[in-house]
Design a protein around this ligand. Structure first.
Ligand code: E4P
Length: 214
C-alpha cells in the first residue's frame, strides 16, 4: 500500500520524506489554511521535496471554474493531482480532465455509488473519508471494502485513497482491505513506528550489551 502524508505543513513533509516511506501528499483547503501560506507556494515547495502525486484541491463549485483552476494548478508541477469534490459539477470536471490528461482525486466520497461515478468519470484517485464516517456512527472501513469490491468487479483502475485517517488501526485495516493508498496525518504516521515491545526489546539488548562489555 502506498503511504501519502495528509498535510499542508512543509516541515512535516520534509521530516516524513526523510524516513523514505512517503509516496505522495494530499492537501485540502483546511490544511492549506492551517499552513498560513498560499496554495501555490505550498504545492510548489512540496513538489521540490516529494516525487509522487500531490493533491491540490479546487475552490470553485462550478465545473468551468474547477477546470480553470485545474489548468492553473497543473502548471505548478507534473505531479500535481487536481482534487475535485464529489458533486455533479465535480464529476463533469473530472471527466473533462481525464480526457485532457489532467489527473484527478475525487474527494468527499461517502458511498460506493459516489465512488462508482468517480471511476466512470475517469478519476485517477477516489478519497473515501473513513474517519468522518466513524464520527457519525458508521464503520468507515465498510466503505473501503465496498469500493474495493466494486472496482475489482469491473476492473476500474481508479486508486482508492483511505482518507480522513485518525489512528494507526485505520492504516492497518485499509491495508488489510486492499486500499491502494492511505493518506495519513504526520502525528499518526509517527505512531506507526511504535510498539512497546520494540522499546522493551531495545532496552534489554542495550542493557545486556553493556553488562557483557564490562
Ligand atoms: C484527504 O484527502 C482529506 O482531505 C483528509 O484526509 C480529511 O481528513 P479529516 O476528516 O481529518 O479532515
Amino acid at each position: 500500500m502506498k503511504l501519502f502524508i495528509d498535510t499542508g505543513i512543509v516541515e512535516e513533509i520534509r521530516k516524513a520524506a526523510d524516513w523514505g516511506i512517503i509516496d505522495g501528499v494530499t492537501t485540502n483547503p483546511t490544511l492549506i489554511a492551517k499552513s498560513g501560506r498560499s496554495q501555490r507556494d505550498v504545492i510548489t515547495e512540496i513538489s521540490e521535496i516529494v516525487d509522487g502525486p500531490i493533491s491540490a484541491e479546487v475552490i470553485a463549485t462550478d465545473s468551468d471554474g474547477m477546470i480553470k483552476e485545474a489548468q492553473e494548478l497543473a502548471t505548478i508541477h507534473k505531479n500535481v493531482i487536481i482534487k475535485v469534490p464529489m458533486t455533479e459539477d465535480g464529476i463533469r470536471a473530472c471527466k473533462w480532465m481525464s480526457k485532457n490528461n489532467i489527473k484527478t482525486n475525487v474527494t468527499l466520497v461517502f458511498s460506493g455509488n459516489q465512488a462508482l461515478l468517480a471511476a466512470k468519470a475517469g478519476a485517477t484517485f477516489v478519497s473515501p473519508f473513513i474517519g468522518r464516517l466513524d464520527d457519525i456512527g458508521h464503520d468507515g472501513m465498510d466503505l473501503i471494502e465496498e469500493i474495493r469490491t466494486i472496482f475489482d468487479n469491473y476492473g476500474y483502475t481508479t486508486e482508492i485513497i483511505a482518507a480522513s485517517v485518525r489512528h494507526p488501526t485505520h492504516v492497518r485495516d485499509a491495508a488489510l482491505l486492499g486500499a491502494d493508498v492511505s493518506t495519513v496525518p504526520f502525528n499518526v504516521l509517527k505512531k506507526l513506528f511504535n510498539h512497546t515491545m520494540t522499546d522493551k526489546g531495545i532496552a534489554a539488548f542495550l542493557s545486556d550489551y553493556e553488562k557483557s562489555s564490562k
